[in-house]
Design a protein around this ligand. Structure first.
Ligand code: PLP
Length: 299
């Protein structure tokens, strides 16, 4: 617990006027709190229904290169759930305060989780906090890779448009389906999952985006398929473009994965993890390229 920094965000959403608080406001809109003490009500809808949104941001040497993209996606997730608009000025200041506190404790790499729930039932007051915690060591996974299986997500590729109440593409607190899929992967003697739509399109992994290599072309599925728009895939594509690869965000049929030369699962905290086998078929592991990609991402 001594490694954790907890910040409660006391003014997490914009007031009715839509105006953000001024940076000179004497009340910053957040307070530090004791991560070892109970902070959450048993009536909080974030707990009882998973009714909330979150972001996980990697901080390394005091820097969070994708922070603005994370904050924008946090606001977008909140919108999908019909939440009031997060006050990103307050979140940005609370984030900076958490990073400073964690850095002064000598932590070099840590994750910061931002959480916003609908609050206590009937209160109309969202609950919000930010937690900085040491990043798990994923170095071995980044080098050795993982075996993955494709699993049906059960929705068509256009579910985000035809059934927006499914909240596809939002980072909600209801990640149990994602956790269940990972358990299913373990039953199939794999560690990871590539979700496929019920009509056969490659989507994403339970906690990461998918990048597929076909020769000198890198492809990722587009966010219009109701997947979380990844911040890491965007940064990875900057790297690949610089290395002379063509990059494209386009639909891929699951059957096309059989012709893939390589596949990576990319996400903020874990960065790029190569997939060494998909549904039992081996994939190329380019150790040099993967290592350079991870260096670019901040390894
Ligand atoms: N897709 C899902 C379902 C995720 O949970 C995540 C990561 O948190 C991602 C994709 C990758 O997003 P990012 O690269 O911004 O971490």
């Amino acid at each position: 617990v001594s490694d954790l920094v907890l910040v409660l965000v006391t003014r997490p959403v914009l007031r009715d006027s839509g105006a953000s608080t001024s940076p000179n406001d004497p009340a910053p809109g957040f307070v530090f709190a004791d991560p070892a003490a109970p902070q959450l009500s048993v009536l909080d809808l974030g707990v009882t229904r998973g009714d909330g949104v979150f972001e996980s941001v990697l901080v390394r040497d005091g820097r969070a290169p994708a922070l603005d993209a994370h904050l924008a996606r946090f606001a977008s997730s909140a919108r999908i759930l019909d939440f009031p608009e997060p006050d990103l000025a307050v979140w940005g200041r609370a984030f900076a305060a958490a990073v400073e506190a964690a850095s002064t404790r000598g932590q070099r790499a840590f994750g910061v989780k931002l959480v916003l729930t609908r609050g206590i039932e009937g209160s109309a007051q969202p609950t919000a906090w930010l937690l900085a915690q040491p990043a798990p060591d994923f170095a071995a996974l980044r080098v050795g890779g993982v075996a993955a299986v494709t699993l049906d997500r059960g929705y068509r590729h256009d579910a985000a448009r035809t059934a927006p109440w499914l909240l596809q593409g939002a980072k909600t607190l209801s990640y149990e389906i994602n956790a269940a899929a990972l358990r299913e992967a373990e039953r199939r003697v794999a560690r990871e999952v590539v979700f496929v739509s019920s009509d056969g399109f490659v989507l994403e992994a339970p906690t990461s985006s998918v990048i597929v290599r076909f020769g000198d072309r890198m492809v990722t599925p587009p966010s219009e398929l109701g997947i979380v728009p990844g911040t890491t895939v965007r940064r990875a594509f900057e790297f690949f473009a610089q290395q002379g690869f063509e990059t494209a965000s386009q639909r891929l049929r699951a059957s096309e994965l059989q012709g893939a030369d390589a596949l990576w699962l990319v996400s903020s905290i874990r960065q790029a993890v190569p997939v060494t086998a998909l549904d039992g078929a081996g994939l190329e592991l380019d150790e040099g390229l993967t290592a350079r990609l991870n260096t670019w991402l901040g390894d």
